[in-house]
Design a protein around this ligand. Structure first.
Ligand code: GLN
Length: 195
């Protein structure tokens, strides 16, 4: 199983390491052709406006939209979640605009720029340490969106079919359960294709 990590900016190496810790192959994605060879894709955390600029610079906007439309699993973490969202508070246009949620950037307040919180994530388990770094949260989720986790009444993890998103950085601790949850989605999607 090959899982790509969009490698334009951000926490790329850490995601590759967590994919490999779960026993799959992690591939850094920099060019659109590479999307053909992977079974799933992670959009990492970092800085969404910088990532957007690089996505355009490298001609990846349409190829990424096509990849997601094709139904292979995608996981956006932190800035990656912002890239996926259909709407961003205070902005006219979304980036990829494929996940039916409204997100607000940097929404946990200045005094809490980064923090850790113990989360319960549906389908994953309890006592999951979420690392939040200038994190967005989900203000609103569409009716087809399953809410997987909340922190202090704010939605911080969701799933809409083959699209998974979270506010925090699941790749920054040794607890690989959430990345494993995504890899299970990739495995199930592979089995469907080859059935
Ligand atoms: N604040 C960043 C943004 O708006 C996201 C931060 C992160 O990915 N850790 O893109």
């Amino acid at each position: 199983m090959k899982v790509g990590v969009l490698a334009l900016q951000g926490a790329v190496r850490e995601h590759i390491q967590s994919i490999e810790a779960c026993g799959a192959e992690g591939v850094k994605i920099k060019k659109s052709e590479q999307l053909q060879n992977i079974d799933g894709l992670i959009l990492p955390g970092g800085e969404s406006t910088t990532m957007r600029r690089l996505i355009e610079k490298y001609g990846l906007m349409d190829p990424l939209k096509e990849f997601i439309k094709g139904g292979k699993p995608v996981f956006g973490t932190c800035a990656g979640l912002i890239l996926l969202a259909k709407q961003i508070v205070g902005q006219d246009e979304p980036h990829l605009g494929v996940l039916d949620v409204v997100v607000e950037r940097n929404s946990f307040g200045r005094q809490r720029e980064s923090f850790e919180a113990e989360l319960t994530i549906a389908g994953v388990g309890d006592d999951f340490i979420g690392v939040f770094i200038r994190a967005p949260h989900i203000v609103e989720a569409g009716e087809n969106v399953e809410i997987l986790s909340k922190h202090e009444d704010r939605i911080v993890a969701v799933r809409q079919g083959h699209i998974l998103g979270c506010s925090f950085h699941p790749e920054l601790t040794d607890d690989h359960r959430f990345v494993q949850y995504f890899l299970n989605m990739v495995k199930e999607s592979n089995e469907k294709v080859h059935a």
